[in-house]
Design a binder for this molecule. Structure first.
Ligand SMILES: Nc1ncnc2c1ncn2[C@@H]1O[C@H](COP(=O)(O)OP(=O)(O)OP(=O)(O)O)[C@@H](O)[C@H]1O
Ligand code: NI
Length: 281
């Protein structure tokens, strides 16, 4: 057993447990198209877990099901999901709203689209505290400054008053992360959070996610096409293809001794990965 999965022996229950999840789309001609097929995933406390796999393999839908934010015509046909001891598959929409942001945070791919252009950054970052924790506007703004500082935005007391267009792309993404952190979630779901960023900014965001795990003890589910990022960041990896998990394992095992033919194919398509130092540590 690898280091990270020793949790399975120490902790009673994982942060997130997905069991036998199947997701279907209703089709016009009446039948259903299965796009996620009996997927099981565990994320233990303080773990960073990656999901990799080609486009359309079901990564995003799996994570959206966890948040119960699937697109309209998609249904959870089967399966259970638990956040600690709390079941997610049978919560009402009202109960889910309380969990989202509070215990599970989503960091979306494109911060530019997610931030409100007409609202000061500080107000947006502090909004979860107003909505969920009863903070006053001024105390939420003060907390937002601290949160922006924690994601390494300089002079945060001043920058809380600025609007999104005054921030660079990387700063906007960090502001989104700060907002996600406001309520100290146990689980952070990051779906391709760095694809829109250039390489140096991407490295800063990855470093920040690792800090969040180390300092706040959050678990992170990281979805990406980028195997280099997975090698850098993740403890454990699930490989998806056509809606199914083809294998999972410690990051080092997946990169040095993959069992599935499909994983080997993915690795061969990115040859430099085999020599990524982080994998050899
Ligand atoms: N709103 C939708 N309506 C119909 N089909 C959809 C919808 N969203 C996703 N799908 C289908 O479900 C499957 C899984 O999609 P999903 O977005 O989970 O893939 P993914 O692995 O996240 O891909 P990518 O890496 O491109 O983001 C795909 O075949 C996709 O075409
Ligand atoms: Ni996706």
């Amino acid at each position: 057993m690898t280091e990270s999965r020793q949790h399975a022996l120490q902790d009673r229950i994982p942060t997130l447990r997905i069991r036998d999840l199947s997701i279907e789309f209703a089709r016009r001609r009446g039948d259903a198209l299965k796009v996620v097929d009996r997927v099981s995933i565990d994320i233990w406390p303080r773990e960073i877990v990656g999901i990799i796999g080609e486009s359309g393999s079901g990564k995003t839908l799996t994570s959206l099901a966890t948040l119960r934010m699937l697109p309209k015509r998609a249904v959870i046909a089967k399966g259970t999901m638990h956040l600690g001891e709390t079941s997610l598959h049978d919560r009402s929409e009202r109960e889910m709203r309380a969990l989202r942001g509070d215990r599970i945070a989503l960091i979306p791919q494109d911060a530019m689209q997610s931030l409100n252009p007409t609202m000061r950054i500080g107000r947006q970052v502090g909004e979860p505290l107003e909505l969920h924790s009863g903070y006053s506007v001024s105390s939420a703004l003060e907390a937002a400054g601290k949160l922006l500082g924690s994601v390494h935005i300089r002079e945060p007391e001043k920058r809380v008053l600025e609007y999104p267009h005054q921030y660079s792309g990387g700063m906007q993404q960090r502001a989104m992360i700060a907002m996600g952190l406001a309520l100290n979630p146990q689980l952070i779901i990051a779906d391709e959070p760095t694809t829109a960023l250039d390489v140096t900014v991407q490295a800063q965001v990855l470093k920040l996610l690792r800090e969040i795990r180390d300092q706040k003890g959050a678990s992170i589910l990281f979805i990406t096409h980028d195997l280099g990022v997975v090698a850098e960041l993740c403890d454990w990896v699930y490989v998806m293809r056509n809606g199914e998990i083809v294998e999972d394992g410690a990051v080092r095992q997946i990169f040095t001794a993959p069992r599935a033919e499909y994983t080997r194919m993915l690795l061969d398509a990115t040859p430099s990965i085999h020599t990524t130092p982080a994998v050899a540590r």
